[in-house]
Design a protein around this ligand. Structure first.
Ligand code: APR
Length: 260
């Protein structure tokens, strides 16, 4: 494992990895969105500590827990309303447009990869999407703009026309992972020779198993994060620093053009 902390050296090393690989995949976490004002989960000042997600079994068991989950969800939405993609997601979208990056496997629920211009069909959302809701019984989609006024007027957690509980379309602790997303993430992780794990503490499984899978399958594993992670020792390269700063050159300058 090589650790680089100096910014320009980290940028050069990243450029070299991207130029030399045949197919790169990015695996992203909440650290990619902090520049946009969206808190990550495990930093000590995280707003998630004030509005912690309600575990799935509590959500299922109890109408009061469902109402609490919705109160916290809307409180977090207010904190992050209008967030725009930072330099990290913008650079990844640019690398995709330049054909220097294949897929993005993300744990994030904020939709910033898509807002940055990455094509939806090449983004795998492992933990769902917080931009809408779905009925847990029949799967019908519900829009937050419809649910919120009714919730605020009644204080009652929303229910579907079928009678099922409606939940934000994210994966709560204890909730089954989406099988299609897992399949796509596995395929992407096995079909690359460079795996960039960016802005994740890499402690939440099964998501964190994908960088391990890619590495075991022969890909070079590069971790970009400001703090150490438990997978650093398994990585080929660790770029330790601020994601926005490390990725800044890649959002405006075509790596492809600079190599030709
Ligand atoms: N630059 C570099 N690293 C950063 C930056 C930044 N600007 N901002 C935050 N980080 C780092 C943090 O130091 C931390 O190590 O990003 C990492 C984010 O880790 P977590 O908060 O644990 O987020 P993540 O790994 O995405 O969490 C995984 O946990 O609660 C669940 O479902 C939730 O998808 C989430 C999962």
């Amino acid at each position: 494992m090589v650790v680089i902390e100096e910014l320009e050296r980290a940028q050069d090393a990243l450029a070299r990895c991207l130029r030399e690989c045949d197919r790169a995949v990015a695996f992203t976490g909440a650290g990619l969105s902090t520049e946009s004002g969206i808190p990550d989960f495990r930093s000590s000042d995280s707003a998630w500590r004030r509005h912690p997600p309600v575990p799935f079994k509590d959500f299922l068991a109890d109408a009061d827990a469902r109402a609490l989950a919705w109160r916290r969800k809307f409180a977090m939405d207010d904190l992050t309303a209008g967030a725009r993609p930072g330099r990290g997601p913008r650079a990844l979208a640019r690398l995709m447009a330049d054909d220097m990056l294949g897929d993005i496997v993300t744990q994030n629920i904020d939709g910033l990869h898509e807002s940055a211009g990455a094509p939806a069909e090449r983004i795998v959302e492992l933990h769902g999407n917080g931009g809408y809701a779905a009925c847990l019984s029949c799967g019908a989609r519900h829009e937050l703009a419809d649910l919120r006024p009714r919730f605020e007027a009644t204080g009652l957690a929303p229910e579907c026309a079928c009678g099922g509980p409606v939940k934000s379309a994210t994966i709560a602790f204890g909730q089954a992972m989406p099988q299609e997303a897992l399949r796509r993430a596995r395929r992407a992780s096995l079909n690359c020779d460079l795996y960039l794990a960016i802005g994740s503490s890499l402690v939440v499984y099964p998501a964190a198993a994908f960088p391990v899978l890619a590495k075991e399958n022969g890909a070079a594993l590069v971790i970009v994060n400001r703090e150490p992670t438990p997978l650093d020792a398994a990585a080929d390269l660790v770029l330790r620093g601020d994601i926005g700063s490390i990725f800044a050159p890649f959002e405006s300058c075509s790596l492809r053009a600079s190599t030709s």
